[in-house]
Design a protein around this ligand. Structure first.
Ligand SMILES: Cc1ncc(COP(=O)(O)O)c(C=O)c1O
Length: 421
């Protein structure tokens, strides 16, 4: 393999190659829900990650580490690009990045011309919100449960252009999708132009019925921006099937890419009206999404390693991953949900959540809960203390390398703390 090919395809493999043909043959025909419970299979997947023995990492919602084959491929790219230096940047950088974008677009189910690589969801969402042609008095709709910094970007627009932001509050256990759709519909007025919807609420793990919300919003002439930070490569969907106009996601969360990778999707007909945040002297065609993606000189090896993460992800496959993640979440939440003094901040309907769940203990501050979990039980989680959303607890996010016996430690810890509460 020459250097160029190495830069492009270091980690492509099948599960047979990854696990050994004999091991994989045992599992190849199992339905995903059965495979989700085959611990020997998942132990083999776990072996592809380097895990710190000091704690059980239940905080993959922030950043999910690269699997070892991806990390090694990434490091090789860092070395190679450092070696080739500006020669690489001036020769094959652009086509190499375009090839990565093609693979991401295939994964997202959209046209390559509708997608660009960003640093993260923050950049993707902010590019849309700041690129909108706002007029004073325009309205935008969003939820108390959306990510704080994304809400802050709308507040900036309110200060700068005089837009008005309307916030809804999404119930954790709705009776139906309709209840949520009506909530968003109720915030629309004739001045509403844009609605932001979280695909998965970051503090609770709740999956929102994005397609139904988008259809309703479009029927009222409102554009839909989806914050998919936690959704991409977590569970199966295609972006166009969601029916939204704009979509942003981070790839260092569930795709297991190096830090600083994300995507921005803009439906083709929506590209011309968006203003770029960064100027590009070529003044790229109005209908070209790359006009929104002038990055300047940047760590391109990070973007190139997305290809390795996709290859690793595809060996496992989204459906197998989703089934395992949902299994792990239900495994522990099912054991604590009905305990006295336990507050579950995550939908009980399995379809409305996947890996992420949030649990609180009556009378215990989230920070104390997270600290006790770490100090006494060696479990790493994230304290969520959100007054606007009314969510108090710790966010627990197992990745595919987590084992049920580690979740047993969490269950024991919660049961003991709840008894003492
Ligand atoms: C819902 C949501 N949106 C946006 C972000 C920002 O993601 P990033 O820091 O990768 O830009 C996060 C981060 O956790 C998030 O949970």
């Amino acid at each position: 393999m020459n250097k160029r090919d190495f830069l492009r395809t270091a980690a492509s493999a099948s599960l047979g190659v990854l696990l050994g043909d004999r091991v994989w043959a045992t599992y190849a025909d199992l339905p995903v829900d059965r495979l989700a419970q085959e611990e020997d299979f998942w132990a083999a997947i776990r072996a592809k990650y380097r895990l710190k023995p000091d704690y059980i990492n239940l905080e993959s919602g922030y950043y999910s580490m690269q699997a070892t084959p991806v990390l090694e491929a990434f490091i090789a790219k860092v070395r190679e690009i450092n070696y080739q230096a500006s020669y690489y940047l001036r020769t094959t950088q652009v086509p190499d990045k375009a090839a990565v974008r093609d693979k991401l677009a295939a994964m997202a189910g959209c046209l390559p011309a509708e997608l660009c690589i960003t640093r993260n969801t923050t950049e993707s969402i902010d590019t849309v919100v700041a690129g909108y042609d706002w007029k004073a008095g325009d309205e935008a709709v969003m939820a108390e449960q959306d990510y704080g910094h994304m809400l802050a970007q709308f507040r900036l627009m309110a200060r700068r252009y005089g837009i008005v932001n309307k916030l809804v509050s999404v119930p954790i256990d709705p009776k139906s999708d309709d209840e949520i759709v009506k909530l968003y519909a109720g915030a629309i007025t004739p001045r509403t132009r844009l609605m932001m919807v979280s695909h998965m609420v970051n503090i609770t793990g709740q999956i929102l019925p994005v397609r139904k919300i988008a259809d309703m919003a479009h029927s009222r002439g409102v554009d839909v921006l989806v914050d998919g930070a936690h959704a991409f490569a977590h569970f199966e969907y295609s972006i166009p099937d969601l029916g939204c106009d704009y979509y942003g996601a981070s790839l260092h969360k569930w795709l297991g890419c190096p830090l600083g990778t994300g995507i921005l999707y803009v439906r083709r007909d929506k590209i011309p009206a968006l203003w770029p945040v960064y100027g590009d002297h070529r003044m790229t065609d109005d209908a070209d999404i790359m006009k929104l993606n002038h990055t300047g000189t940047h760590p391109v090896y990070t973007d190139l390693a997305i290809e390795d993460a996709i290859a690793f992800h595809n060996t496992l496959g989204t459906r197998r991953k989703e089934a395992r993640l949902r299994y792990l979440q239900n495994y522990w939440t099912g054991k604590v949900r009905s305990l006295p003094n336990v507050i579950m901040n995550t939908p009980s309907d399995p379809k409305r959540a996947c890996a992420i769940a949030n649990v609180g203990i009556k009378g215990m501050k989230p920070a104390d809960l997270a600290k006790t979990l770490l100090d006494k039980y060696r479990i790493w989680t994230n304290a969520i203390d959100s007054e606007p959303a009314g969510v108090y607890g710790v966010r627990v996010t197992p990745h595919v390398f987590i084992l049920p016996k580690e979740l047993d430690t969490l269950v024991k810890a919660i049961a003991e703390m709840a008894r003492a509460a």
